[in-house]
Design a protein around this ligand. Structure first.
Ligand SMILES: Cc1cc2nc3c(=O)[nH]c(=O)nc-3n(C[C@H](O)[C@H](O)[C@H](O)COP(=O)(O)OP(=O)(O)OC[C@H]3O[C@@H](n4cnc5c(N)ncnc54)[C@H](O)[C@@H]3O)c2cc1C
Length: 220
């Protein structure tokens, strides 16, 4: 069993968000899986969702560098060839089509797009009905051009006005959401967004088991 990753590259998408790339070495995973990645001296670990596709030779993570962050700060400074201690893949969030083929929707804030990228990179032929994506600045909206090519992307940018994107929060896009019986909704990112969207969906009769949640960050 592989208990470390060998870093190939750290790529910055914006001043606060980077991609950690590593050799995959045959590591098996399904979209939605996380790995616990360890910080300096293997002391502390945090979960990070895999953002790459199942066919890729590298494994990729999309990480927000937290101010003063012990593990995200450590990972941000890795160089090619460094080793990062890790756990085996684990997870319960499984974005994508259900067995009954019912339509589904993705809603993400920030790096919460990672498991949806993993799904779309693995199964570009099985897109969501819509993908709502909320970020602070346009530069934080990673892979937005690629996403536009593979799914119906709706972008909300909260801290700047951008042509082609709504100015505000991802929750401002909810009125555009189609709601039909049997649909599934996958929410990932900030807890406040997940709570607001869940309440909005429940108020419109979406059954709780059809609302799938993966919380990365706490607004408090
Ligand atoms: C299932 C799961 C999957 C995740 N996947 C990703 C991912 O793909 N990409 C990604 O960027 N992050 C992800 N996270 C968040 C990640 O695990 C860490 O919480 C984050 O990187 C901060 O860790 P740190 O050691 O850098 O910060 P710490 O040293 O622990 O904390 C630094 C500062 O940030 C604050 N802080 C720490 N963690 C959080 C948090 N979760 N919410 C709000 N404030 C916090 C602390 O209060 C402190 O002020 C995921 C979390 C979970 C639970």
């Amino acid at each position: 069993m592989q208990d470390f990753l060998e870093v190939t590259e750290v790529v910055w998408h914006s001043p606060g968000i980077f991609e950690l790339r590593a050799r995959r070495n045959g590591l098996a995973f399904v979209p939605g899986d996380c790995l616990a990645l360890f910080g300096e001296d293997g002391a502390a670990s945090r979960p990070y969702s895999i953002a790459s596709g199942q066919q890729e030779e590298e494994i990729r993570f999309l990480i927000r560098r937290m101010p003063g962050g012990e593990v995200s700060g450590f990972l941000a400074e890795r160089k090619p060839g460094d080793r990062v201690k890790c756990s085996p893949p684990f997870g319960w969030f499984r974005p994508g089509p259900r067995k009954d083929g019912a339509p589904f929707v993705f809603v993400a804030t920030g790096t919460g797009i990672a498991p949806f990228l993993a799904h779309l990179r693995s199964h570009p032929d099985a897109p969501p009905l819509k993908c709502l994506y909320g970020v602070r600045h346009l530069a934080d909206a990673v892979e937005r051009d690629w996403l536009r090519g593979v799914c119906d992307l709706r972008l909300a940018v909260s801290r700047e006005t951008v042509e082609g994107a709504a100015h505000g929060r991802v929750t401002d896009l909810l009125d555009d959401l189609p709601i039909a019986p049997g649909m599934h909704f996958y929410l990932c990112g900030l807890d406040a967004m997940i709570d607001d969207v869940s309440q909005w969906l429940e108020a419109r009769g979406v059954p709780v088991p059809h609302i799938h949640r993966e919380c990365f960050f706490n607004a408090a």
